[in-house]
Design a protein. Structure first.
Length: 226
């Protein structure tokens, strides 16, 4: 039997899963960072500012220490690089946001998997809204997010970066690092965050298009599948 409520849940879960998975891509992929150390001249810029002789291995160690603190709950360290208590507090503020995205991704993924199992067991049938699958609309909603954020970012990424921090860290200023005391910020240049945003956008775009294409094909060619 077709169920509108479960179909709406499918739509919402699809949208949330696409967004949370896309955000998770750069957060959990350390190699994405490693691959940019040379291209972004991170070691050279770090040494130019600090007038020290840090190596690429020192940069990787510092980055890994921060990621281990966020994901594994280890003691906060930045390798050989200096950091302040203000800087440390910002990374501590990031921990719940990173883990929230992971929880949302897993939860929405479990919901999608459960709905798939129920469908395969013929417990329910998907209700198509105006002839299109909920997956189609989930892709559309995700695609709109890509368009809105993408346009904003292309117009003024610095402004987007500031708005993001003010939105997710309300009342906080500890994200405005002073590289004289927080050398760790020098290995996380804004260009890296821009590339993270691009990776998120590519992930969102790819998953959204797949959902939309499925919806269109189902509507016009494979309408008997569900």
């Amino acid at each position: 039997m077709k169920n509108k409520l479960l179909s709406i849940l499918l739509l919402i879960s699809t949208t949330v899963f696409i967004i949370s998975l896309s955000i998770f891509l750069p957060l959990a992929n350390r190699r994405f960072y490693y691959g940019q150390i040379d291209t972004l001249n991170i070691v050279e810029d770090l040494n130019s500012f600090t007038r020290k002789n840090y190596t690429k291995e020192d940069v990787i160690d510092a980055f890994d220490d921060v990621m281990d603190f966020i994901w594994k709950g280890t003691e906060f360290k930045t390798g050989k690089l200096n950091y302040s208590e203000e800087g440390k507090s910002h990374f501590a503020d990031c921990v719940p946001l990173f883990k929230l995205d992971l929880i949302v991704m897993i939860t929405s993924g479990v919901i999608l998997l459960t709905l798939l199992v129920l469908y395969l067991l013929k417990v329910w049938r998907v209700y198509d809204f105006f002839g299109y699958s909920p997956l189609f609309y989930g892709g559309i909603l995700s695609l709109l997010l890509v368009a809105i954020v993408g346009v904003f970012g292309m117009i003024d990424f610095n402004k987007l970066f500031t708005v993001f921090h003010k939105l997710f860290f309300p009342g906080k200023t500890n994200w405005q690092f002073d590289p004289r005391y927080d050398e760790v910020i020098l290995i996380l240049p804004q260009k890296f965050f821009m590339n993270c945003a691009i990776l998120m956008g590519v992930g969102l775009l790819t998953l959204s298009i797949l959902s939309i294409v499925y919806g269109v094909l189902k509507r016009y060619k494979f309408h008997k599948l569900i």
